[in-house]
Ligand binder design. Structure first.
Ligand code: ADP
Length: 266
């Protein structure tokens, strides 16, 4: 069974107004447990609207989101709990952190598992260490810590599905590298499912198993990373490009140089 599935998922903004916009248009897709999925698409293609429905921040206009086979809106009162199973790191991660201290935020998951106070404290410590979050920050308010620390705190919350929406936006190159490595490590060690929404084809090529390409609210492609980036012309029609290195190698090959095609990273 896929860990996450959408069935005919549709989201319309401003229904019945002159600004009516179908941002997500009958999307049906399945994400398997433990996959690292890259999500790409031109600005305005519907990426954010899609992922915000996956953790219940937006309620679908029609269609369904199933988490481990269950409709997440089956009991609307329990939707907040879904947000801890399907965690989301935004460009502005403050939207993900709810409690008055970082520690309480990270403790939410373990608490729901019915662990003792001592066990919870231990888990929180381990999770923080794993995410590279300094222990003295645990008593800080999620609003006092830096952008990079907020992203780490969201990773420390250890959701079953972690969605990162442009997580490297606004970070310097070093900060980007550190965060990307952290995401890869997190994925390798926990085998959790990760969705990475990014404008950086380089980042996606480096770490994704499969790539979901969204065009005008619809699923345009959902295939292995190498397969997606071997379709440069089709991506270009959607205003997308392949990683620079892929383009260079393809051009060299076209000019007759004996290089391999399908190269994704430097
Ligand atoms: P992406 O994340 O790929 O840039 P979005 O999901 O943000 O795309 O947007 C998809 C479409 O929905 C765009 O046409 C955008 O203008 C529209 N849209 C997004 N948010 C709103 C909103 N709050 N109200 C009205 N239209 C919106």
């Amino acid at each position: 069974m896929p860990i996450l599935e959408t069935q005919d998922l549709t989201y319309v903004y401003g229904t019945g107004t002159p600004f009516e916009k179908t941002a997500v248009d009958h999307m049906s897709l399945q994400i398997e447990e433990g996959e690292l999925v890259g999500v790409i698409g031109h600005t305005g293609s519907g990426k954010s609207t899609l992922v915000q429905q996956l953790n219940g921040l937006l309620r679908p206009t029609s269609g369904k989101v199933l988490l481990k086979g269950k409709d997440i809106w089956a009991e609307p009162k329990k939707i907040r709990a879904i947000r801890f199973q399907v965690g989301m790191v935004f460009q502005y991660p403050e939207h993900q952190l709810f409690e008055e201290t970082v520690e309480k935020d990270i403790a939410f998951g373990p608490k729901n598992m019915g662990l003792s106070e001592g066990e919870i404290k231990e888990r929180v410590k381990m999770a923080a260490a794993f995410a590279g979050l300094k222990e003295d920050l645990l008593q800080a308010s999620p609003f006092e810590i830096s952008g990079g620390e907020k992203r780490r705190a969201a990773i420390a919350m250890d959701p079953e599905v972690l969605i990162l929406d442009e997580p490297t936006a606004g970070l310097d190159p070093r900060g980007r590298d550190v965060l990307l490595s952290q995401i890869v490590n997190y994925h390798r060690q926990k085998h959790n499912t990760v969705l990475l929404v990014s404008h950086s084809m380089e980042d996606i090529a480096r770490i994704a198993d499969r790539v979901l390409v969204i065009d005008n609210g619809k699923v345009a492609m959902f295939e292995k990373t190498r397969k997606v980036f071997s379709q440069g012309a089709r991506l270009a029609e959607m205003g997308l490009r392949v990683p620079q290195i892929t383009r260079i190698m393809t051009t060299l090959k076209e000019k007759g140089y004996p290089v391999s095609s399908g190269v994704l990273t430097v």
